[in-house]
Design a protein around this ligand. Sequence first.
Ligand SMILES: Cc1cc2nc3c(=O)[nH]c(=O)nc-3n(C[C@H](O)[C@H](O)[C@H](O)COP(=O)(O)O)c2cc1C
Length: 392
Amino acid sequence: MSAGFRTVLLKTLDAAGQALNRGVVFRRSAQGSHDTAIRALRALDRAPLAPAIAAALHDLTFRKSYTTVGGARLSQRLILAAGLVKGDGFADEERAISAAESGGNIMPGWRIAPALMGTVEFGSFTRHPRLGNTGAVVWRNEETKSTQNRVGLRNPGARAAAIFLGERRQKLPSEFGINIAVSPGVDDIERQTGDVLEALSFFLDAGVHPSWFTLNLSCPNTEDDPQGHQLEAETRQLCGALVERLQARNLEIPLWVKISPGLATEQYRALMRVFDEVGVRAVIATNTLAQPSPDGRALQAGVGGGDLFPAALEAVRQLLAEKKRRDYTVDVIACGGILDGSSLRQYERLGVKAAQYWSALVYRGPFAAAIIESELASNDSKYEAVQRESLA
Ligand SMILES: Cc1cc2nc3c(=O)[nH]c(=O)nc-3n(C[C@H](O)[C@H](O)[C@H](O)COP(=O)(O)O)c2cc1C
């Protein structure tokens, strides 16, 4: 298919998505729109022709651009970040497993999201299921094209998630990641290590072999202070144990780690040293930025999108400078405020080869990755102009 046709198609899809946002989506609360999106994913997963149509749309909109990053060979540089395809929350493992075994869809989007958007990181999954936080947990700031959430790691738990995905492994995409998060509230490092190792093994034992695993050390929306999990000794033990387990299985699945924005330079340096020493192949920088929750409940909620961009860009800059200075092999995968060709270009100029996005889904729609890639390629600045205007 010609590049010209693809560009026109993407511009049309972008314009349609923005009109839909103005006319419908942004007239509703962020929570209402989010809930509707999850219901739509659930319905589309089981609609007989939907995955095939989505895959055809994917092929029409994406230009494959192969790159090897963090030990994984990827056919697209923009990956949907963890947090969309993560599954329902459950109060306990028994209920989660029985729901997984009953054949119901406990992970809305598992089929349709990769078919339409390509490379997706599933999760985060914790060792044990979590219901997450109650009430409204997602917000948006249209002025700055930002999102904020305190979902609180709602998920079915790694065992049920592994059963669910294992039963569907013939239909899993050829390229995807699985994100495992540390167990909130567990201070004992031995127990924490046991939890992440068990979570990893559930997936491997179920025959779920992703292109990479990510260890999420940085969720700001739980009862924990994420900084506590990103200290040198704890990071070394957790990452070292996971890398060892992966190597023992001889599967050549690399480990990536997801970290916070806004850490001190010394902490970024120490983390890069640990990652290099224990064999972590890539660091995802960053997770969301903890800020007071918009509902005034004196709680923290993670900011993504435009308001995260400067902090994430700075984290990436520091990590890449350290990689260069010490000649580390750890790759840096950008994540934070990639909303258009211009924001992606700024990461690329620092030397980033692959990136993740989440908030762009809200502001640019399900074809966000293809639209952003095409803007990058064509130097298109229309959306950026709109964004600058709204920020002024
Ligand atoms: C609703 C929501 C849920 C999220 N859940 C997770 C999660 O479970 N695990 C994780 O590692 N990141 C999670 N994230 C963070 C995103 O993966 C991403 O790091 C962050 O939003 C920054 O990217 P962005 O600026 O493109 O939004 C979540 C983000 C949002 C908006």
